[in-house]
Write a protein that binds this ligand. Sequence first.
Ligand SMILES: *Cc1c(COP(=O)(O)O)cnc(C)c1O
Length: 369
Amino acid sequence: MTSSSNIKARKTLDKIQPYSPGKPIWEVQKELGLDRVIKLASNENPLGPSPKALVAIQNGLAELNRYPDADASALKKAIAKEFHVNPQQVIPTNGADELITLISEAFLEEGDEVIVPSPSFSEYDFGAHIMGATVVPVKFSEGFEFNVDAMIAAVTDKTKIIYICTPNNPTGTYMTKSDLDKLVKAIDDVLVVIDAAYDHFADATDYTNGIEYINAGYPVLTLETFSKIYGIAGVRVGFGIASESIIQSILKVKEPFNVNTLAQIAATAAIEDAEHVKTSQETNKAGRKQLYKAFDELGLAYIESMANFVLVQIGEDGEKLYTELMAKGVIVRHGKIWGLPDYVRVSVGTPEENQFFIDALTGLLVKQA
Ligand SMILES: *Cc1c(COP(=O)(O)O)cnc(C)c1O
């Protein structure tokens, strides 16, 4: 009999570590015996799901004996309307994470290169590695600004995809329109994926989510999610917008029923919930200010953010402080996973949650001093 340890996974999987998510609230509560635990670790909407999505889900429950619409046609139509593109240019997916995998499966051969600004969202590396492609990281400049010249210089004849997460997770910085312009005009035959998961929070006038470049005929794909501003991370919906030919290639590797019925219904309702979007934007903007003010008072350096989180430098004892925050019931993300051990990334919460975090952090820093 052969031992199961003789069953070897593909070589390329040696490069992959299972995803490590932020700790769930219940786990921290149970482990530490705390009454109140707040999670500011996954950039979720602190106001909850779009109320319209919740009503839609309840109305859809009785139909769960049926398979989902494989084409997600109502959702596609709603997305197309919102973004002023045609429905054939839209692909809904089981979260934007699935879309990154599908893009990788559709476009990457073994040995191809993928350019990824660093540090950024880890799923791009994952997608490259499952296909045996090579990740070419390009460091950000001072203040975590995109270094477009270095990105252009990194392109070789093996480059297939360039990922641009803007606003970037975890730094909160964005690529200016003029930089994106320069990039798309400097390269040929490379798919540019703009991850605009946080675009609703970006209020800079020279921000772009890339849709205008798709309309102008550039090989750009804009990736979006319902997990952040729309507040329905739990049902898993994301989507991509690109030219019809790019979408057709991705459709070939998609499973038929990738977006479940409740997710389709919820997303179709949420995208039309302008009021929930507006309230969420306003809450976030005020929350960022609340955090900046506290960091200023504490003398902590932070990166001004165009997203719903802030990267803040808490010092050499970063990991210790992160653990102590957890012990006080505040879950944030420690920067170690991005090679930034003296930083944490804190998601913007409700005003009360932000204050709870600020009080906990202040208590710990004062104790330290
Ligand atoms: C949260 C996030 C996504 C979206 O993930 P889902 O799979 O749709 O929940 C995509 N890109 C970035 C950068 C993110 O932070």
